[in-house]
Design a protein around this ligand. Structure first.
Ligand code: PLP
Length: 370
């Protein structure tokens, strides 16, 4: 066991036998991309599975974010969080949009709605929050602010696959929501992503944009790009849908065991489960405060010495990376809570095939250093 490396996550895979059957169909048809049968099927099944009206599939989540912004013609400044994966801000930068970072709230590390209004300027056109670790943002408050100031809301929902609030998909909030199906996410299509939208006209525009702007053989409606999901990814994803619920249940058990074993450890804060939320248990963040006997980084390194590779999501903050570190909104005083959290967090390993004994071992080690 000492030899085996335990990473923060491990990709769920469909049955190889079933995937081979899909591959045989693809080999037969020789239809590899461009809205093929698997793509069509997956788009439809995914919308049903998630409980959302329209889904557009993408080759990855970052391109989906970039096109979501373009589809709504977002310009100028967008209010967003520094406590996320860099792609959130990169999608803005690649569209020539200036990210304006506002701080997060301390309970769930999501954008603090009470900090948004003070960051609005005449250039602001949208808010791009992230459902960090799959915990829903305060979608009602954010929508109220957006309505009041006539702003669009695009959710980076890369962590929020399958998450429901009061029995309704969290992806139904905002103007658009963007998913990632990267290999490291709770639901993967190797690489992949999607935009969720509310009406067929918007879906049509998004579908043009991801396919060079082609409306048909001879008509290009505008400068689109190539961000299409291919047939192998779609076939892979279709099979993944079958086991997501069961896999979520396994991750839930792991999450509950971590809670039981680490709940009372001095110097460690856990994130509370949100009321009324069906989670996907994709991440298990712990926050190491000054009452723990060693520092967060020391704990992180000691775990690695034992072949346990947690991840410090999200450290450093996006606002600490170039070119964002030059922005006025990146100053420390503006992102205080985010800075504190990023210096405390370690995401512990959690994935479907993580064994109970491995969780026990991880917790025993942490407690032995406490
Ligand atoms: C993974 C991730 C992305 C990027 O998605 P890719 O599919 O890897 O391009 C964007 N935002 C967040 C918050 C992510 O975690």
């Amino acid at each position: 066991m000492d030899k085996k490396k335990i990473f923060v996550t491990q990709s769920d895979m469909p049955s190889l036998e079933e995937f081979n059957k899909s591959l045989e169909q693809i080999w037969e048809s020789k239809w590899l991309t461009n809205n093929g049968p698997f793509h069509t099927h997956f788009e439809k099944d995914l919308a049903n599975f998630l409980g959302v009206p329209y889904v557009s599939l993408f080759s990855n989540g970052t391109l989906a974010l970039m096109i979501a912004l373009r589809a709504l013609d977002i310009k100028g400044e967008v209010i967003t969080t520094p406590y996320s994966f860099v792609a959130t801000a990169h999608a803005l930068w690649w569209n020539g949009i200036k990210p304006v970072f506002t701080d997060i709230e301390a309970n769930y590390c999501n954008l603090d709605p009470d900090k948004i209004e003070q960051a609005i300027t005449p250039q602001t056109t949208a808010i791009m929050p992230v459902h960090v670790y799959g915990n829903p943002c305060d979608v009602e408050k954010i929508q109220a602010i957006a309505d009041k100031h006539d702003l669009k809301v695009i959710y980076d929902a890369a962590h929020a696959f399958g998450v429901e609030k009061d029995g309704k998909s969290i992806l139904n909030f905002g103007d658009l929501s963007v998913l990632s199906f990267h290999a490291t996410k709770s639901f993967n299509t190797i690489e992949g992503g999607a935009i969720v939208c509310h009406d067929s006209e918007t879906k049509k525009q998004i579908d043009y944009l991801k396919n060079f702007g082609f409306e048909d053989e001879t008509i290009v409606v505008g400068p689109g790009i190539n961000a299409k999901m291919n047939e192998l990814q779609a076939a892979f994803g279709l099979l993944q849908l079958k086991s997501f619920k069961e896999q979520t249940e396994k991750r839930k058990q792991i999450s509950e065991l971590y809670r039981k074993l680490l709940g009372d450890v001095e110097g460690i804060n856990l994130m509370k489960n949100m009321n009324g939320v069906a989670q996907n248990y994709a991440y298990f963040p712990v926050f190491i405060n000054e009452n723990f006997s060693i520092s967060r980084n020391a704990l992180y390194m000691k775990l690695q010495e034992k072949n346990i590779y947690g991840r410090r999501y999200f450290y450093p903050l996006i606002s600490e990376f170039p070119p964002y570190n030059e922005l006025a909104s990146s100053v420390q005083e503006n992102v205080k809570v985010a800075l504190t959290k990023s210096r405390q967090v370690i995401c512990l390993p959690i994935y479907t095939e993580l064994e109970i004994e491995e969780v026990n071992l991880i917790c025993e080690l942490i407690k032995s250093w406490s």
